[in-house]
Design a protein around this ligand. Sequence first.
Ligand code: GRF
Length: 215
Amino acid sequence: MVKKRVGVLVSGRGSNLQALLDACADPAFPAEIVLVLSNVPGAYALERAERAKVATVTISHKGFPGGREAFDAAMDVELRKAGVDIVCLAGFMRLLSPGFVQSWAGRMINIHPSLLPSFKGLHTHAQALAAGVKLHGCTVHLVTPDLDDGPILVQAAVPVLADDSEESLAARVLEQEHKAYPLALRLIAEGKVAVDGNRAKVEAPGFGALVNPVP
Ligand code: GRF
């Protein structure tokens, strides 16, 4: 098996990066992480990468000469140099320029902590609590130029409980993020995704349903 080469873009604590690193540690997993790129010097995600002996690059956006396109071009150089096939955004807290997104179309995925298309943007758990939804969750999707948009690959739903706080709900969702992201990467790496307009058709062995409250 020729493993797909993955570059992960991070800005923070990197718990999703860790889930991907752990998945890639399995010799049977169809992808390997070859580069972790951070726009934040000292991000904890970088330590995780170093511990896993994965190459890291930091390109700080602060004071970067030439604006967003130039910054994205600098990231692109690093990704191409590392021979990356698939880009994973894992808590990467920067908007991407349309040209960069276009050049990785179909090969760049993101994880978002809500059941898209509900609750785009920031503070998704507060948004879900304010809306009173009974199911919340996370989404892994292909990246398109619009924020938190693009064909959906994997979603995981969790119940919203009556006494939930933003923190308790975030923790419940995060646990599922760490399962959903490796699953989505595996599906993409194995070529099991066919995109038809805004719909990604995914070859997967099963399906499940979650109802809350339990009848
Ligand atoms: C996650 O909740 C992810 O869904 C969102 O940013 C957060 C990153 O967390 N895009 P971590 O850095 O992976 O721990």
